[in-house]
Design a protein around this ligand. Sequence first.
Ligand SMILES: [Zn+2]
Length: 298
Amino acid sequence: MRRNLFSFLLMVQVICFIVYPLLGWGFNAHKIINREAVNLLPGILGAYFSHHIDYISSHAIDPDLWRDDPKKYPNEMPGHYIDADLYDDYPFENIPKTFVGLVNKYGEEKINRWGLAPWRIERYFRMLVNQMRSGQWEEVPLTAAALGHYISDIHMPLHVVENYNGQLSGNFGIHKRWESDMVDKYLLDRINPNGELITVDNSVEEMFKIVKESYRYHLRLLSADSVARESIPLKEQAKIADRDASMEGTSYIEILFRETGDLANQRMETATVTVASFWYSAWIEAGKPRPPEMVIGE
Ligand SMILES: [Zn+2]
């Protein structure tokens, strides 16, 4: 009987692992990060983005919708993460920063499994520069919204490691509990980003600074999960990996927040400043073109 129960639980874990989608902040967090990033932009670019703020915020989740439709978007998944610790040991100095160098070193099959977020970000950054430079302003809000999504994803510490859902360390299910359940419950009204926008010279190099930062935090999340998990009854613990099960009525989410709420807040605020910095730098690199609403308004 006990053996049957054990095999059943093992089977459930395996099935959950296969079908468990990688999120990268919940939908609400993505929308808030893009919205707050618009509010950080100065001058005429800020005015243009503010004009489109609802679109840029609501479409912050589009890349996750693309990822969930692999027939239509077959190459979407690896753009949302990088398992940096599969490529190299921390601090990841041996990972080539050019895409050609990366393909030559690891081959296409591996890089598509291990994730390509920094290069997806580079591609969208270049697209944004080109669209602004050539006056294709009707394309800008969606490109900016998606760029904001990819940049935010790798601020989430579990988006830069192989053990992205605690599956290798007895923390299975932590990913969604931390980025959606905890954030939705405690953090949506709380983020208050401030800090200078930076100028992006090399987008991949800039993203690797974030990858390193995120990596340094991932063990804190896993430890917080262990503490929170052990504080609740065994039968409640089994629900953590079931993304549809609610943890209400247990102290799990509350303890996760007590242990790492400050970190989640910091990662979301940092993501907001980085997203605004990339948008603004794209505009500078495009030669500071005047957005269309500004022309119409004159
Ligand atoms: Zn994502």
